[in-house]
Design a protein around this ligand. Structure first.
Ligand code: FAD
Length: 288
């Protein structure tokens, strides 16, 4: 096991994100994907947490299973929404007892369920404080190059990000398609005196419809020029994936040229696009 803060200090990281599967078929698909992506020797892999705790046990089982049965370094995501402070502390202590060292501390989105449990910690920064108090974690937080959807203005969004990132070890961004959005985020943080590593989140487009929906939910935009390139590929899913891989490869190359501290791929539990991008870039983690 390794701490992500140490991996980042040693050189550029490459990481993959997965979600906990719901069905046996989805579990089998994930096992295949993990086996295929493990050969790329990722620096770490991360496992998402369902809004409001809907995957509490499944996220725990997948992360702890990775710890005990693979050579991968896992990071668990955890969100504050619909949890008490005690609930969150219990989850964190259980992870530490299992030997987990890496956590992505998130605010999460408020539940729309009328009978959802109340939320005690309002923002990710408070979860960073709680995890620090428990101790032993290398801590990441989320960053939003195109601003968080609930942020009213850029200045306050960046101020809040700098405050939580100042207490954490690194950030991972929401996916984005324009290099300028990442560079502006980095410059804004620099201006606020925050120089912690900001890993770039990369979403290879597999379907224009689904990526546009995800972008709308997360406050990101699929730029017109990207939409046009994907549309020009036609309707065959293979051609769409090829065009999506081309777009993502170019963005990753630009980010690497800019000295990005890490690339984090939103795999959607599939390996083909991520493997193709990694092959195009001859991508491996770089340890100094
Ligand atoms: P927070 O830091 O909690 O901020 C939320 C809002 O509050 C922002 O607008 C911020 O500017 C504002 N704010 C912060 N501090 C203050 C303050 N002191 N005063 C006033 N306002 C403040 N969601 C999931 O449900 N599960 C996941 O596994 C998951 N993984 C993610 C991974 C990554 C890399 C990213 C980028 C996002 C992920 N999300 C996940 C989505 C995330 O939970 C949502 O973006 C959520 O709406 C906010 O959480 P946050 O940690 O990004 O923001």
């Amino acid at each position: 096991m390794a701490r992500i803060a140490d991996l980042l200090a040693a050189g550029r990281t490459v990481s993959f994100e997965f979600f906990p599967p719901k069905t046996d078929a989805a579990q089998a698909q994930l096992v295949r994907t993990l086996r295929e992506l493990e050969t790329l020797e990722p620096s770490f892999v991360s496992v998402t947490y369902g809004a409001g705790g809907t995957t509490r046990e499944r996220t725990h089982a997948l992360v702890v299973g990775m710890l005990s049965t693979t050579a991968l370094t896992p990071m668990a995501h955890l969100t504050c929404a619909s949890h008490s402070r005690l609930d969150l502390a219990e989850i964190l202590v259980r992870y530490r007892r299992a030997g987990l060292e890496n956590l992505l501390a998130l605010g999460g989105d408020p539940s729309k369920e009328p009978d959802a449990a109340p939320t005690e910690l309002a923002i990710a920064e408070e979860l960073v404080d709680l995890a620090r108090a428990i101790g032993g974690f290398s801590l990441g937080v989320a960053a939003h190059p195109e601003l968080h959807p609930r942020s009213t203005d850029r200045a306050s969004d960046r101020r809040h990000l700098a405050a939580k990132l100042g207490k954490a070890d690194f950030a991972i961004t929401q996916f984005f398609f324009r290099l300028e959005d990442y560079l502006r985020l980095r410059d804004d943080l620099d201006a606020l005196g925050c120089s912690k590593p900001v890993i770039a989140g990369i979403m290879p487009i597999l379907s224009l419809k689904s990526v546009t929906r995800m972008a709308q939910l997360s406050g990101a935009e699929v730029p017109r020029e990207v939409v046009q390139r994907i549309e020009a590929a036609g309707d065959d899913p293979e051609d769409v994936r090829r065009a999506g891989v081309e777009v993502a490869t170019e963005l990753c190359q630009d980010l690497l040229d800019e000295g990005v501290p890490g690339l984090h791929f939103y795999t959607l539990n599939q390996s083909t696009a991520t493997r193709e991008i990694a092959a195009n870039l001859d991508l491996r983690p770089v340890a100094a």
